[in-house]
Design a protein around this ligand. Structure first.
Ligand code: ES4
Ligand code: ZN
Length: 327
């Protein structure tokens, strides 16, 4: 309809997307066959039926299971390019994607296999689809500081502009940002961009740690920030971008109904909010679906949607000159 066309037509950036979370059931089946991997599912429908989550950990268990089918460099290429083809049709002009190298190296797939496959697809996405991109590697917070340091070391050959930043994801509760303060200090010394998931399930205090200890450049989720009025005011003033993921929050029961989603409150508090898809193959939709869902539930105006899209360009790691070209 009219609203969908309006959303698709606005230039926007996706700033919160886990590549492994864009693995559609059809591709999961195809890669399982190609790589001789036994899946606990017999059909695409059985896979889809398994996607019922009560919290983040429920999802993560299925997510780590699903990524086992990714084995060869070509698999990572195919995964990444399929994602880019989808979002190119939704007015996404730029993406800053996450991947979880430790989810692969821990099961014997080489860091270079994963990273080179992704990068080759990102290059082709620029050339063939006109979508620009940056790559951010996330540390799994349920693993140790030592394992994060080892991953940072292994990634060094790609810090020549191919991997531009580091993130922090996986199980939030019990793994506060402070656990990775020294790793993030080392990443900052390497001139990497810094982002972290915080305040998705965890309290506003975890957001404060991500800001004050990790000194992040952008905040992933951050929904629970508004439980702390002082912190909210500080982050409104600082202008740091929040990468909010509405369908993710609904699927992982951060909100029980999209009408309860804090996005409008966050915007009203002056936070620089963006809309993103997180793990679209698991949560029921890509960028346009996320915009549609939150727009309908919260009765957002076209002006609100335009602000959200503009925020995504402004909140990206593009240069000022590149941002101006998209605004
Ligand atoms: C994730 Cl939704 C979410 N939260 C934390 N870590 C993740 N990894 C992939 N999706
Ligand atoms: Zn995420």
């Amino acid at each position: 309809g009219d609203l969908k066309n309006f959303i698709n037509a606005l230039p926007k950036a996706e700033l919160h997307l886990h590549l492994e979370g864009s693995l559609e059931p059809e591709m999961m089946m195809k890669l399982a066959t190609r790589n001789n991997i036994k899946l606990p599912y017999q059909s695409v429908d059985e896979i889809k039926d398994a996607y019922n989550f009560s919290n983040l950990q429920d999802f993560l268990d299925i997510y780590y299971q699903g990524m086992n089918v990714l084995q060869m460099e070509q698999d990572f290429y195919d995964l990444t390019f399929a994602y880019l083809e989808k979002i190119a049709k939704e007015g996404v002009v730029h993406v800053e994607v996450f991947y979880d190298p430790q989810g692969h190296t821990s099961r014997g797939v080489a860091f270079s296999t994963v990273t080179n496959g992704i990068l080759r697809a990102l290059d082709d996405g620029q050339e063939k689809l006109g979508v620009s991109s940056e790559l951010i590697m996330s540390f799994l917070r349920h693993l140790s500081e030592e394992e994060a340091f080892a991953t940072l070391e292994e990634a060094k050959p790609w810090f020549d502009g191919r991997i531009i930043g580091v993130g922090l994801d996986s199980s939030e509760m019990g793994h506060p940002p402070s656990k990775f303060e020294r790793v993030f200090n080392a990443a900052r010394d390497l001139d990497l961009k810094l982002v972290a998931h915080a305040g998705e399930e965890g309290p506003a205090e975890y957001v404060r740690e991500a800001i004050e200890l990790l000194m992040i450049d952008r905040l992933d989720h951050g929904n629970r920030t508004i439980e702390d009025a002082d912190l909210t005011q500080e982050l409104a003033k600082s202008g740091i971008a929040f990468t909010v993921c509405p369908l993710s929050n609904l699927k992982l029961c951060g909100v029980t109904d999209m009408k309860e989603h804090p996005l409008r409150k966050m915007m009203a508090a002056g936070l620089k909010v963006t809309v993103n898809s997180d793990d679209p193959a698991y949560f029921g939709g890509y960028m346009t679906a996320n915009f549609m869902s939150v727009t309908e539930a919260l009765e957002l105006s076209k002006d609100d949607i335009a602000v959200l899209c503009r925020n995504s360009i402004e909140g990206s790691f593009l240069t000022d000159e590149e941002k101006t070209r998209h605004l």
